[in-house]
Design a protein around this ligand. Structure first.
Ligand code: PEP
Ligand code: MN
Length: 345
């Protein structure tokens, strides 16, 4: 880290800066220029960045050298990480196709959709049992009853399952049924939830918050990693935009931007990013072309009766057509759709 001092800094302020850094356990190297004095600081940069150094009198600017997300950074781990969801690999050339309804509504609904997405080539089944709804009057999910259905249907169709956990008190029960824990956009900065899932050894699907920067997303991943759970997959699902032609603003550039900064796999969710079925296929393909390690899509066999996110659901046939195109694109890029060892291919 470099600390740039103010042009009118006094000698006693310089001494105080050096003393403060030394007391904190860092080495300070002064470099006096004609107009400015700068201090090179040596020590654990992540700890340094947690200190309010900009508040020391005489300090003009604190310039970090390393990113504050230490464990998630590409510097910490130059090779891409591969996350294993019950045998389905994500990252390092392996692509996940995650599909299923927004919410688990009944055993029959989940069973029909699971069979169809599995046949289309999806390798991980999704479905929400705890739904983060904007309205408290909207369907909130089937809770534990839904988790049981998801587990049973995932096993029946030979697919690992991912579902959202919204409450730190429910992590244990969700982890009992799910192969991967989803942290939704609205909870990306629920730090007690991140800490709690970090204490499990379950893979985590961490969705980008709707107003979160890429650095915010990586700092949230850092919460999970710093608890000892290294199985984190990031997800770009759109950020708040100003145009209601799409539900959110799909930030496809986030994919290569994350790739340049982090070893963690990143997938895209064009369903929540666009909110419009006709926009989902091109945006799914764009995500893969940008280097995404997977695509997360909501599918419903009867969207007009869906209890959550019906207007953005793809029909199973539409999903099957898209899955074919995704497979071709993935192969074109020399990557592969991850096989699913839970079921004979
Ligand atoms: C979901 O996956 O159904 C969901 C609510 O997603 P997000 O958190 O991205 O809005
Ligand atoms: Mn949804």
């Amino acid at each position: 880290m470099i600390i740039v001092l103010k042009s009118d800094v006094t000698e006693s302020q310089i001494e105080h800066v050096v003393e403060r850094l030394t007391t904190l356990g860092f080495q300070a190297h002064l470099s006096r220029g004609t107009y400015r004095t700068i201090v090179g600081v040596i020590g654990d940069e992540a700890k340094l960045q947690a200190e309010p150094l900009a508040a020391i009198p005489g300090v003009a600017e604190v310039v970090p050298i390393l990113p504050p997300y230490k464990l998630s950074s590409a510097e910490a781990h130059p090779e891409p990480s591969v996350v294993d969801v019950r045998g389905v690999k994500i990252g390092g050339g392996y692509v996940a196709l995650i599909a299923g309804p927004c919410a688990i509504e009944s055993y029959e609904q989940m069973d029909v959709i699971a069979g169809q997405v599995r046949k289309a080539g999806a390798n991980i089944l999704r479905g929400g049992a705890f739904k983060p709804r904007t309205s408290p009057y909207a369907f909130q999910g089937l809770a534990e009853e839904g988790l049981k259905m998801l587990r049973e249907i995932g096993d029946k169709h030979g697919m690992p399952v991912v579902t959202e956990v919204m409450d730190p008190r429910r992590v244990e029960v969700v982890a009992e049924y799910a192969d991967m824990l989803q942290i939704g956009a609205r909870n990306m900065q629920n730090f007690s939830l991140l800490t709690e899932v970090g204490q499990t050894q379950k893979p985590v699907l961490l969705k980008r918050g709707m107003s979160a920067t890429i650095q915010d997303l990586l700092m949230s991943a850092e919460y999970v990693l710093s608890q000892g759970n290294s199985q984190v997959v990031l997800c770009e699902r759109g950020v708040k935009g100003f145009d209601d032609v799409t539900r959110n603003l799909y930030d496809v550039a986030a994919v290569p931007a994350v790739r340049a900064r982090s070893h963690l796999p990143i997938i895209v969710d064009p369903s929540h990013a666009t909110g419009r079925p006709n926009l989902i296929p091109p945006c799914a393909l764009a995500g893969l072309a940008a280097g995404a390690d997977g695509v997360h899509i909501e599918v419903h066999h009867c969207p007009e009766k869906a209890l959550s996110d019906g207007p953005q659901a793809l029909l199973p046939d539409q999903y099957a057509e898209l899955a074919d195109q995704m497979r071709k694109l993935v192969e074109l890029f020399g990557r592969r759709i991850s096989s699913n060892p839970s079921r004979a291919e």
